[in-house]
Design a protein around this ligand. Structure first.
Ligand SMILES: [Zn+2]
Length: 242
């Protein structure tokens, strides 16, 4: 059966002398591989429509006994040009696409989250987009950190964040491994809601702390597969000291 869907192109590579294979995330957050026959020819009808990081409308079909489908048509709807202009933003975008490729069980809503995040990057936001993305991904995956009160005793006096406990903790409940938050709790709440401007208001060392905290939370709650993300991102994600 022929299907027509919006899809984010995650990866594309050469296959045989004339074709390409693309990995896509469809609008219903399904990962599919498609062969684009003839895509390597200069006059190919697919052109740049199947390059990674494009949001494209695609037409394809998959035979019942096959894993891989066949691409019939592709048309770019959003090329995210302002990301492609900027190497730093490109690296963050690769990180977001890499997560879509690797996450073991893509949840409903991942497609929307990827595109909202890429739109933020395209508009000029940078590493704060990754924090927004990760906090939203924790929510989609059913492991959102609790930020409003102490996860252990319910106290509203929360000054720390603890990865293994699952969110904010108070002075009495903190562990040796807890991060000191001070004013950063409000920031996390803002970022989670897509209010990214607040990121400019904090210091570099606070930014590094938030990135590290969110990354450690992901490793613990989503799994070790996330570890390789630090090779892709354009900034040091795991510095030695806190
Ligand atoms: Zn407590």
């Amino acid at each position: 059966m022929i299907k027509r869907k919006d899809a984010l192109i995650l990866k594309s590579y050469n296959y045989s002398n004339s074709s390409k294979i693309i990995h896509i995330l469809t609008e219903d957050s399904e990962r599919i591989s498609l062969i684009a026959k003839g895509a390597r020819r200069t006059n190919s009808r697919f052109g740049g429509n199947i390059e990674p990081l494009n949001l494209s409308e695609i037409v394809y079909y998959i035979k019942r006994d096959r894993d891989m489908g066949i691409l019939k048509e592709a048309m770019v709807k959003e090329p995210y040009l302002f990301i492609k202009d900027d190497l730093y933003k490109m690296n963050i975008a690769w990180g977001l696409l890499w997560i879509a490729k690797r996450i073991p069980d893509p949840q409903d809503g991942l497609f929307g989250l990827e595109n909202r995040s890429l739109t933020f990057l395209n508009r000029g936001f940078k590493e704060e987009v990754l924090i927004y993305f990760m906090l939203s991904l924790f929510h989609l995956s059913g492991v959102p950190p609790k930020l409003n009160k102490c996860v252990k005793c319910g106290s509203k006096e929360v000054l720390f964040f603890d990865v293994t406990s699952g969110g904010a903790v108070c002075e009495a409940c903190k562990l040796g491994t807890s991060f000191r938050l001070n004013n950063l709790l409000n920031l996390l709440n803002d970022l989670k809601k897509g209010r990214l401007r607040e990121w400019k208001e904090i210091t570099d060392s606070e930014r590094r702390k938030v990135i590290r905290m969110v990354f450690e939370y992901g490793l613990y709650h989503l799994g070790e597969w996330l570890n390789r993300l630090s090779d892709i991102l354009p900034f040091e994600i795991m510095p030695k000291e806190r």
